[in-house]
Design a protein around this ligand. Structure first.
Ligand code: URA
Length: 260
């Protein structure tokens, strides 16, 4: 068996403390290799992207749920949760969905002292590429409410500008999984966070999920909104002169949504 090359295992150091990168396993590296390959046809690009999205959502949803104030919650593994309630953070390492105790009666007539998931979350996709992540969220969280935000670059000011937002009415009482596959300069994502905050969502209840990020975008998000958690599948080297992530995978939205 060949061990993973250093290009795979050695991620960038000194990332902002609000960043949570998925473990660099062989599986994840293989999935990313498939979508980075410019020869990969659209059907395979969608298939492998969807698998990464699923991994990200499960990590992000667990962060959302594990960050809430704790009542009588236990981990699925049965151990008591021991997070510091005053400062919920990614560093608590709680990788199990928190649950509340629940007793049900089984068809045999006996009671089963089990657990039930709790939590109010919603997804918000940054159009169009973020919409690719909606199905993965729905697969993990049944009937989850999903909002949409359209942000584009204003040609006159070169600033990210909000064009459209449709968000759940009660968004201020939910944890918000913000969806956009690529975190490049951070301009759109930072604008999207501003929109969520304007709608009453505290920044510590926002978890931004992306497949590929770079240090520039991560640092920009941290300096604008240090309480926003960023869950990323992979941190790449940086940006090129056209603000594409390198080595990257090209334009995610084009590759996911446009037939070749
Ligand atoms: N958006 C993309 O789709 N790709 C990049 O590399 C940067 C932003």
């Amino acid at each position: 068996m060949t061990s993973l090359p250093a290009t795979v295992t050695a991620g960038p150091s000194d990332l902002p403390p609000n960043t949570c990168a998925l473990p660099r396993t062989g599986q994840l590296a293989g999935l990313l290799t498939a979508i980075r390959d410019k020869q990969t046809a659209r059907g395979d690009f969608i298939f492998y992207s969807d698998r990464i999205i699923r991994l990200l959502v499960e990590e992000g949803a667990s962060e959302a749920l594990s960050a809430r104030p704790q009542t009588r919650r236990r981990t699925l593994a049965g151990g008591d949760l021991v997070a510091d309630q005053s400062s919920p953070s990614l560093q608590t390492g709680l990788n199990h969905l928190p649950v509340v105790e629940k007793t049900v009666t089984t068809p045999t007539g006996l009671d089963y002292n089990g657990v039930s998931f709790e939590g109010r979350i919603c997804g918000v996709s940054i159009m169009r590429a973020g919409e690719a992540m909606e199905a993965g969220l729905r697969e993990c969280c049944r009937a989850v409410r999903i909002g949409k935000i359209l942000i584009q670059r204003d040609e006159e000011t070169a600033q990210a500008k909000l064009f459209y937002a449709k968000l759940p009415d009660d968004i201020q009482s939910r944890y918000c999984l913000l969806l956009d596959p690529m975190l490049a300069t951070g301009g759109s994502a930072i604008k999207a966070v501003e929109v969520l905050i304007d709608h009453g969502v505290p920044q510590e209840r926002i978890i931004f999920l992306n497949l590929v990020s770079c240090p520039e975008g991560l640092r920009a998000m941290y300096s604008a909104y240090p309480q926003v958690k960023v869950v990323t599948a992979w941190v790449d080297d940086g940006l090129d002169a056209h603000k594409y992530i390198v080595p990257g995978l090209g334009d995610f939205g084009d590759r996911y949504f446009t037939s070749n």
